[in-house]
Structure formats: C-alpha cells, structure tokens
Design a protein around this ligand. Structure first.
Ligand SMILES: Cc1cc2nc3c(=O)[nH]c(=O)nc-3n(C[C@H](O)[C@H](O)[C@H](O)COP(=O)(O)OP(=O)(O)OC[C@H]3O[C@@H](n4cnc5c(N)ncnc54)[C@H](O)[C@@H]3O)c2cc1C
Length: 385
C-alpha cells in the first residue's frame, strides 16, 4: 500500500466547505479521526511513518506467518465494524473471539496433550474476550483505511503554521500541499516536536508519560499445552495469546504465540538487548507450558511507547485536545487510556469537535458554544460507545 492515494469512496452531502486536514499517524486514533472527518465532508490526508497502517493495533509478517504484535483484542464497544465493508462469503474485518472459560480444565492434563483437542471439546463454556481483526489486526486497520488518502513511509519531521493553515516537512523536504488543520495521532513524545506552534497543546503533551513493554513472538511446530489466551499472575509473563485460536486466521504449519512481559519486568529490562530478553521469556513460557517448547521462530520486540502512564490534562474538549486558534488537534492514547476502543473514541471525538470548529470561522468562541450543545448528544453517541 505504498503511497496510497485512493480517492474518497464515501461522499456525504454537506453544506460546509470541505477542508483539507493533515492527520499524522495511521494508528486506530488517526484512522478513526480521518474516517469521521471524511464522513463529515472534509478531505483528510493521513501521513504514516512506517510501511503499514494500524500502529500498535497491527500485525507483522514473519517466515512462520503473521503475528498480531501489540493489541490482541478490542474489549470495549467501537464503531470500527461500521467502517469495514464485509465481502460476501467472508468473515467481517472484525469478529468476536471466544476462548475456554474454565481455567482448571484449560491446564494440560498429559505431557503431550494437544491444546487444540482441549479447545474442540464442545461441552466446555466459552468466554467472549472481545473482538479481533480478521484475518489479522492489521486487516482491521486496513479496512478502516481503505477509502482514505494514506501516505505510507512518510514520517513528518516538522509542522509549521502558514497563513491560516499548516505546512508539513517530511524526510524528503517540504510537502507541497497546504492544510487547513492538523491532527497529531501519535504518542506524545513523538507528537511534541510537531506541536510547538500551540503553547497550550505543547504544555499538555509535555505532561504525558509512557511505559515501555517487551513482547516475544514465538513460532513452534508442536502444540503448546496452553489455552489460546491466558493471563498470568506474577512476573515476568503477563499474558499469552495464540494466533491460531483467533477466528479467521489461516492454519499455518506453525503455532504462533504472542507472549507479553509485565510492566515491572519490562521496566527492569528496559536497556537489555532483544536476544537476552527472548531467552529469558522463552524459559518462562516453557515453565508455564510445562513441556519443552522448541521454537522455529523467535523475535523479542520492545514497544518504547507501549502504554500511557499519565495522560495529557484536557481542557474543555472530552477525549482529545483541540486548539481552535492554531487549528491543531491531538487524539490517541496521549489523551485517553491505552486501549483500542478508547483511542478510536478519541479520534471520533476530535473529528466532531473539529467539524464544529472549522465550520464556524470564529473557531474559539463558536466551538465553545456549539460544543456545549453538541457535547451531551455526542457523548451519548460516544457511549455506544
Ligand atoms: C504490547 C501491547 C499490547 C497491547 N494490547 C492491547 C489489547 O489487547 N487491547 C487494547 O485495547 N489495547 C492494547 N494495547 C494498546 C493499544 O494498542 C494502543 O493504545 C492503541 O493501539 C494506540 O493507538 P494510537 O492510534 O493512539 O497510536 P499508535 O497505534 O501508536 O499510532 C501512531 C502511529 O503514528 C505513526 N508515527 C509515529 N511518528 C510519526 C511521524 N513522525 N510521522 C508519521 N507517522 C508517525 C506510528 O508509526 C503509528 O503507526 C496494547 C499495546 C501494546 C504496546
């Protein structure tokens, strides 16, 4: 999806003048904000530093198949499903995920008992974990991105006010387009250098703190005696998730496991190298599985800005930051909790506030007044969430 430049497939009648809006960051927050702006008749353009959409709600391809490498499950209600067109005969891009609900029975009973046999036992109760992207988390993000103008491999290094709008500078120099407003949908430490033109937004972003997190992606030819999703008490592993237990995943020859270290352990090992971390987490995974696990693929990855510890203080706009004078907004987990459903809601909220603000021409006062009236109905909507 390099330099994607797909024109809008969605056209909603609007009495407002369409505004070109730059959205920096193609995670769930940025994509949700862009989709809502598009629905409101604006022209969002999404800039993404990496070669894929989804950010921390995505998947990576490996020689043993695809892994969801950060978010494993969407546990709160979202409107994400409504963005994704379902093709005939296919599962929707977002689908419920159930796992066995009886922990005692989940434990392996024999040394070589195959967990897939356990899971096919129809007499067992299933617990709904939430929803997952199908056939991967990245596919969900791609479905949300489909009608949008997304520029991959385009890190934004600098943002500058120009008249009433914004000019952006990428790795290859100035982007030759003008935007009437700017959305920052990336972790606060990465957003801060782009927010210098708004003292208020910059101050709010400076207050944000993130914690890092180690994860291990493991492939193995033999079944591991663990259920498809399990949380653990005690260090270092916090939870494991099996790609093969999620709906709509192609059955590869390898089992693929996502293994997430806990917060404390990740902090203690913040400066370790990936190889050493992989060995330590593998040993611990073997202990939980109570059998030998011989990996055919092993990759430890550190998410530097994994989970927000302290969010930005909000001033007047729920779930987002918006400076109507600078025409600068922030959505994502810098302002809400680190959860896919929450950042989605943050993107939707920012788009709603911006649509009001950009419509008026006297943004600051008008947005406050319209915002007060809109807030109750919007928050009712957002609580569908
Ligand atoms: C290990 C892990 C497990 C998790 N598990 C869950 C879970 O099970 N359920 C759940 O609900 N949540 C989970 N989360 C949290 C959730 O994934 C995040 O809170 C959410 O995805 C953040 O979305 P976002 O859009 O705010 O930011 P991101 O997803 O981080 O998106 C920001 C995007 O901006 C891009 N970017 C950065 N700098 C630039 C730049 N200069 N120019 C252009 N683009 C740039 C990045 O490449 C990225 O794509 C997990 C997170 C981690 C790390």
């Amino acid at each position: 999806m390099k330099q994607q430049n797909i024109r809008h497939l969605v056209s909603v009648p609007t009495d407002r003048v369409a505004q070109r809006i730059a959205v920096v960051g193609a995670g769930v927050a940025g994509l949700s904000c862009a989709r809502e702006l598009l629905l409101r008749g604006h022209e969002p353009v999404v800039f993404e530093a990496s070669d894929r959409v989804g950010g921390r709600c995505s998947s990576r391809s490996t020689p043993v198949g695809r892994f969801d490498d950060a978010a494993q499950v969407v546990s709160g209600a979202t409107r994400l499903a409504s963005y994704a067109v379902q093709r005939p005969g296919e599962l929707a891009a977002i689908h419920p995920w159930t796992v066995p609900a009886t922990p005692a029975e989940d434990e392996p009973k024999g040394r070589d008992r195959d967990v897939d046999q356990d899971e096919s036992d129809v007499t067992r109760t299933l617990k709904l974990m939430g929803a997952v992207g199908v056939p991967s988390m990245r596919a969900l993000a791609e479905a949300v991105a489909r009608p949008l103008d997304v520029r991959l491999d385009t890190p934004i290094r600098h943002a500058q006010r120009s008249g009433a709008g914004w000019l952006l500078h990428g790795a290859a120099g100035t982007i030759d387009e003008e935007f009437q407003a700017l959305v920052l949908a990336l972790p606060a430490p990465l957003a801060l250098p782009l927010a210098r033109e708004s003292a208020g937004v910059a101050a709010a972003l400076r207050a944000v703190r993130y914690r890092s997190r180690w994860v291990l992606l493991l492939g193995t030819d033999r079944a591991v005696g663990l259920p498809g999703y399990r949380e653990f008490q005690g260090s270092p592993i916090e939870r494991v998730a099996a790609m093969h237990s999620k709906p709509g995943r192609p059955n590869g020859t390898s089992q693929r496991w996502f293994i997430e270290a806990d917060e404390k352990w990740s902090l203690q090992h913040e400066d370790d190298d990936a190889e050493g971390v992989a060995d330590l987490l593998l040993d611990n995974f073997r202990a939980h599985a109570r059998r030998s696990v011989n990996p055919n693929f092993l990759c430890a990855h550190q998410w530097r800005h994994a989970f927000v510890e302290t969010t930005a203080p909000l001033s007047g706009y729920s779930n987002c930051l918006w400076d109507p004078a600078a025409r600068l907004g922030v959505c994502g987990d810098s302002v809400v909790a680190s959860q896919v459903d929450r950042v989605h809601r943050s993107g939707v909220a920012l788009a709603a506030w911006m649509a009001e603000g950009l419509a008026s021409g006297r943004q600051r006062n008008a947005v406050h007044q319209a915002g007060r009236a809109a807030r109750s109905s919007f928050e009712a909507q957002a609580a569908y969430g």
